[in-house]
Design a protein around this ligand. Structure first.
Ligand code: GLA
Length: 415
């Protein structure tokens, strides 16, 4: 009897687990929403409306301007692409804005070495009022997305009840599994339940979703970055342990390249999101982005840190009376990333500290590389005092690695 119950439980668990092997490191890509919203007026604004033209032009930029080769491979459609359902009940895109259909866009993305993401909503309507995916449409829509050769689905939660979401998200995970196509699954579910246990079961989410939105939507302003960051820090004891390879907390898109952040703030969002092992989804116009913002988003050392194979989410380890905060993310092979973040509004601040004060306890020597300037700081021991100069609402970010005693082969006598 016990054995039979065990088997049954194992079977149930198997059905519920999303087995796509995807996103072993935080996903990177581009998502339309924050920058392009629900602009559907292609007569007035043909270059920027939600249409196949917009996605093809972004795909071209991603392939040609170095994004894809650095890992930004997901090209993701958000809300407002739908035109309705056909006679068989299948979702169809708006025929004027997506005249060649979604499969065509997926093929176009694939031909450039990119992946295509799409958006649906676990409810009667999407947040902007387009056709949703109620419970009885979950399987059909998963099948349609797979037939379109889509690689990722963001499933939003507007116009649904808690009870429907509790059924719908696991049902969609199972339906995506059943298509046989590896489709990464982004769940907005926790954001609709307040983001915290007991209403949110992070163990279950980690089993059925590759990433999930925990909290409010980001908007194009520094205040929004801070509000989201503060929430993630306040609940880091809950959130930090649930992230890992294949399943990530998502504090929402990067604003870099848009209108709301200063240069320092753009660097700060990039550094903080990276140290939190967040998905790196840009939402900006890649056709017109400035070289300065490109440098922030395309920093190779930053991306190496983001994509560290251990996939450990970082934490805020210290908050100083001078309004300086320090974040740390442990990385593979004894390396780590530190972000010194200033909440000050006056002038560059000279912050004096040592690795010992930041909980480093090895007796060895470290070297650090400043992620933005590339400068190397060598000979750091735990007790070495050092100073970092942090600009108002800016960061200094270090990549730290232990200097190993060189393991030289024994010298053989020449005689
Ligand atoms: C919700 C989501 C956003 C975006 C919009 C689209 O607000 O959280 O990320 O997808 O819906 O309507």
């Amino acid at each position: 009897m016990l054995l039979r119950t065990g088997l049954l439980l194992a079977l149930v668990a198997q059905v519920l687990v999303l087995e796509n092997g995807l996103m072993r490191t935080p996903p990177m890509g581009w998502l339309a929403w924050e920058r392009f919203r629900c602009n559907t007026d292609c007569d007035e604004d043909p270059k920027n409306c939600i249409s196949e033209r917009l996605f093809m032009e972004m795909a071209d930029r991603m392939a040609q301007d170095g994004w894809r080769d650095l890992g930004y491979v997901y090209l993701n459609i958000d809300d407002c692409w739908m035109g309705g359902r056909d006679a068989q009940g299948r979702l169809v895109p708006d025929p004027e804005r997506f005249p060649h259909g979604i499969a065509f866009l997926a093929d176009y993305a694939h031909s450039l070495g990119l992946k295509l993401g799409i958006y649906a909503d676990m409810g009667n309507l999407t947040c902007m009022g387009y056709p949703g995916t109620p419970l009885d449409k979950v399987e059909q829509d998963a099948q349609t997305f797979a037939e379109w050769r889509v690689d990722m689905l963001k499933l939003d939660g507007c116009f649904s009840t808690s009870k429907e979401r509790a059924q719908g998200y696991p049902k969609m995970a199972a339906a995506l599994n059943a298509t046989g196509r590896p489709i990464a699954f982004s769940c907005s579910w926790p954001a609709y339940e307040g983001g915290l246990p007991p209403l949110v079961d992070y163990k279950l989410l980690a089993d059925i979703c590759n990433l999930w939105r925990n909290y409010d939507d980001i908007q194009d302003s520094w205040t929004d970055v801070l509000t989201i960051l503060d929430w993630f820090v306040k609940y880091q004891d809950i959130l930090q342990p649930v992230a890992g390879p294949g399943h990530w907390n998502d504090p929402d898109m990067l604003l870099i390249g848009n209108f709301g952040l200063s240069f320092e703030q753009a660097r700060a969002q990039m550094a903080l999101w990276t140290v939190l092992a967040a998905p790196l989804f840009m939402s900006t116009d890649l056709r017109t982005i400035s070289p300065q913002n490109m440098d922030i988003l395309q920093n190779p050392l930053m991306i190496k840190i983001s994509q560290d194979p251990l996939g450990i989410q970082g934490r805020r380890i210290l908050r100083d009376k001078d309004h300086i905060e320090v974040f740390k993310r442990p990385l593979s092979e004894g390396t780590s990333a530190l972000v010194f973040f200033s909440r000050r509004k006056d002038m560059p601040f000279h912050y004096h500290t040592s690795l010992a004060q930041l909980n480093y306890t090895s007796s060895g020597t470290y070297e650090a590389q400043n992620v933005f300037s590339g400068d190397i700081i060598s000979g750091l021991r735990d007790e070495t005092n050092f100073t970092v100069i942090i600009n108002p609402s800016g960061v200094v970010m270090w990549y730290l690695y232990p200097i190993k005693k060189l393991d030289l082969p024994e010298r053989r006598s020449q005689e």
